[in-house]
Ligand binder design. Structure first.
Ligand SMILES: Nc1ncnc2c1ncn2[C@@H]1O[C@H](COP(=O)(O)OP(=O)(O)O)[C@@H](O)[C@H]1O
Ligand SMILES: [Mg+2]
Length: 337
């Protein structure tokens, strides 16, 4: 098996941490695993550089010299590939397209499921067609915004405040702003458009919603895990809160009525099928307890995957250990569909 990790996105370091966990957990007698680090400049590193980066050596950076790198299309001869990559150029269908062309079986969603789930607007459009509840939103393109900046203001006013401004294709809360008044919109849009040509404006879900997450596992007959919850003090789950030890806590199972938990799981499975996901996904929700409203927020086709990340923890609560989970994902990658 080839384990692809690192990658060009802002989630490079997260991916490396997940890869170290997978390498430790895989039963050596069953799998021969070759890791391959993609650095932030997009170079596919050779064995020595990969080992240095995974060994926790100096963080690779775009400028660093590497002794060897290979062309992506030279990756041939593996029975299965685990693209443990997050965000653009990893989780968005690009690498999945390359792997499809190479003929290798791979873990996770294919081109369609990856691309449709990566783009927050496309996800919403698909999910609206199957009746999944979501917050109100508007799509803006960079060109439209530059041509008619006042139109953006009107769209934001129509959604109301607070609202969230996000690049459509990112992760880890990078480029996301919580906008509480009209005069904060311009800088939020400037930031989001510096990262993507598609930007989504979203109405805030309640004052501060509860944040629920559920794991889905399988191909065309997937199953849903227990529901988990993230709690934190910050106004929203921003980058710092996500990656600073101790700022957020995970609660599994989330304290919810059986009815709400069942509804989350049903909506997650409906979304998974509609988006043509495969292998795995972590599906995130907002729950406004005061009103009982539940909104699907986003679908992550390659969620954080360290041994202490939400997705593996959700399955552990369902009785599947981390190494059993990885083994199951590899089996699903090789399953006839
Ligand atoms: N519409 C919304 N209402 C309330 N909070 C939101 C909304 N959109 C985003 N947030 C907050 O911002 C965080 C990151 O947004 P999200 O869409 O999940 O981006 P990412 O893909 O970077 O994780 C969420 O976990 C939540 O705390
Ligand atoms: Mg999120």
């Amino acid at each position: 098996m080839l384990l692809l990790c690192g990658g060009q996105s802002g989630e490079h370091a997260v991916s490396l941490m997940s890869a170290r966990s997978v390498l430790t957990a895989l039963p050596a007698e069953r799998f021969e695993v070759t890791p391959l680090v993609i650095d932030q400049a997009g170079r596919w590193l050779g064995d020595a550089d990969t080992a240095r980066v995974l060994g926790g050596g100096p963080m690779d950076s775009a400028g660093e010299t590497v002794s060897s790198s290979i062309q992506p299309h030279q990756v041939v001869g593996y029975d299965v590939v685990f693209p443990l990559l997050h965000g653009p150029h990893g989780e968005d269908g690009t690498v999945q397209g390359l792997l499809t062309l190479s003929g290798a079986a791979f873990v996770g969603s294919g081109v369609l499921g990856s691309a449709a789930s990566m783009d927050k607007v496309m996800t919403k459009q698909v999910l609206a067609s199957v009746g999944v509840p979501q917050v109100n939103y508007r799509l803006l393109t960079r060109r439209a915004w530059q041509g008619q900046p006042d139109a953006a203001q009107a769209q934001a006013d129509a959604l109301g405040y607070p609202l969230f401004v996000k690049p459509a294709n990112m992760g880890s809360s990078v480029g996301i702003s919580r906008v509480t008044a009209p005069d904060e919109l311009h800088s939020a849009l400037t930031l989001a458009f510096s990262l993507d040509r598609r930007v989504i404006l979203e109405a805030g879900a309640g004052g501060k919603p509860r944040e629920l997450e559920v794991g889905v596992l399988g191909n065309d007959s997937p199953i849903a895990s227990p529901v988990g919850e993230l709690r934190f003090d910050a106004l929203f789950y921003d980058y710092e809160t996500k990656y600073t030890e101790g700022l957020a806590t995970m609660h599994i199972p989330a304290p919810l009525s059986a009815g709400v938990a069942e509804r989350v799981r049903e909506l997650a499975l409906r979304a998974y099928a509609a988006l043509d996901c495969a292998g795995l996904a972590r599906i995130d929700f907002f729950y406004v307890e005061e009103t009982g409203e539940l909104y699907l927020n986003e679908v992550n086709t390659m969620p954080g995957f360290t041994a202490t990340s939400m997705y593996p923890k959700l399955w552990e609560a369902a009785g599947l250990s981390y190494s059993e989970l990885v083994t199951r994902l590899i089996e699903l990658a090789q399953e006839e569909r």
